[in-house]
Design a protein around this ligand. Sequence first.
Ligand code: GDD
Ligand code: MN
Length: 242
Amino acid sequence: MSDLKVSVVIPTYNERDNISALIEKLSLLFQSRGLQGEIIIVDDNSPDGTADEAEAHARRFPVRVLRRGQKSGLSSAVLSGFGIAGGEILGVMDADLSHDPEAVGALVEAVTSGRAEVSVGSRYVEGGGIRDWPALRRFMSWFAILLARPLTSVRDVTSGFFFLRKEVIEGVRLSDRGFKIGLEVMAKGRYGKIVEIPYTFTDRRKGSSKLKAGEVVDYLSQLMSLYGDRIIRVLQRKSRAR
Ligand code: GDD
Ligand code: MN
């Protein structure tokens, strides 16, 4: 139990066949944990009618749907969702049930208890894992994580499943390009402690992945910008020390 309100932002593009099950699972979890929760679906005008499907639940469940005109990317959708969120705790998860709703309780608790300001759903700590991913996708994920290794102590830096106190990102400029909004938060957010909570990522059963080659380019450019920021900060510190 906690008095803090939790806003879970879920970006969607063509997730009609997944969204209802997720809304129901999350709402039940809020209830069973005594959480004041809201679900914010950020839909980019999905041709399959995801937004209408989600809105149909608004009478029974704490759901709001933010409709955007066109497909503008995952990170950008998450930032739009944060913009209208009413909670002191903000969370992000995918719509396709890959991110286990069962793990949300522990992720929220890590932050409301004060144990950390950011909690990350992690495939790469003990107890976590990946189900049903082809070998190539596993390799790509491993390699992507390797490239970001020096930026944070977090093992699952490309996780798209995380919770935080809203102060962590207040006044912080986060890039809205690409998929990796979690990495932006981990690298630029203002927090003392971050914890990883294990969960098993399960490949989607319905619909198709939106991760395209373009996201790889976006990820590389995001990394360059984050490393650039780091280098500038180190140089500034050195010149001040002189
Ligand atoms: N609104 C909106 N606009 N939503 C989008 C867009 C977009 O342009 N692109 C993707 N989404 C939504 C999808 O509908 C889904 O809910 C979520 O973002 C993730 O998209 P997927 O296509 O399922 O991505 P993935 O499974 O390949 O990768 C995900 O999981 C990885 C492991 O945690 C992403 O979250 C990755 O960032 C993450 O590394
Ligand atoms: Mn997915």
